[in-house]
Design a protein around this ligand. Sequence first.
Ligand code: ITT
Length: 229
Amino acid sequence: MFNSGANLRASLRASWRRVDFRGGAAYTFGMTIWFASGNEHKRAELSAILPQVELRVPADAGLAFDPVEDGDEFLENALIKARSLFRLVKQPVIADDSGLCVDTLDGRPGIHSARYGCVGDVRLGDAERNALLLSEMEGFPMRGACFVCAMVLLFNENRFFAVQETLEGELLREPRGEEGFGYDPLLYLPEQRCSVAELPPELKNTLSHRAKAARAIAAWLELQNPSGL
Ligand code: ITT
């Protein structure tokens, strides 16, 4: 049902148009929803995956938003972000906590992906972080790794839908590709025979951990109102 770009967009349009978030106005095509993120790459991808939604991030409204992500799991951190923004805006919020988990490194950098290798508060750039990870992996023949995305759609403190998805692959020995962001040049997808950063963006936005999680949210919304009334 959600497996082609055109079908997905049509289904999403239909499902979101019908959704009435409890305690809020009925949402229609072109609705705005808060996205608890400061990462513009994530916003761009999620906007492409959910084209009927205009995502508003805290920075758009001049809101200071930097919650302490001290959970032990992606899902906990996604909920921390969603609840923190909900407390500020009192409207439905989507949050995404994601990262790259490398089998040989017991899942690292994992929930610390954004801060991997950082000194104090200063984060490394993508290229530096990728170089650091490749150097840590030197000499390891087992290259299994995956992207993880925990995504939460939160309506209020107590009501939310959460999902966690993955994109499985193998860690390359050197970066490949220019698309995407973050660790995309490092993850090779055997079925696609290329790295995530070599995928056209439309394909990444169909296959990715983030795309699968967002589609699950859209499907859940559909279940809330199967009659379409
Ligand atoms: P927000 O918390 O403000 O949303 P962030 O970048 O700090 O932004 P995370 O804490 O979820 O987000 O860390 C995610 C990091 O994992 C991100 O900075 C990338 O380095 C990496 N990452 C997540 N999704 C990715 C993807 O699709 N492709 C490549 N790298 C990704």
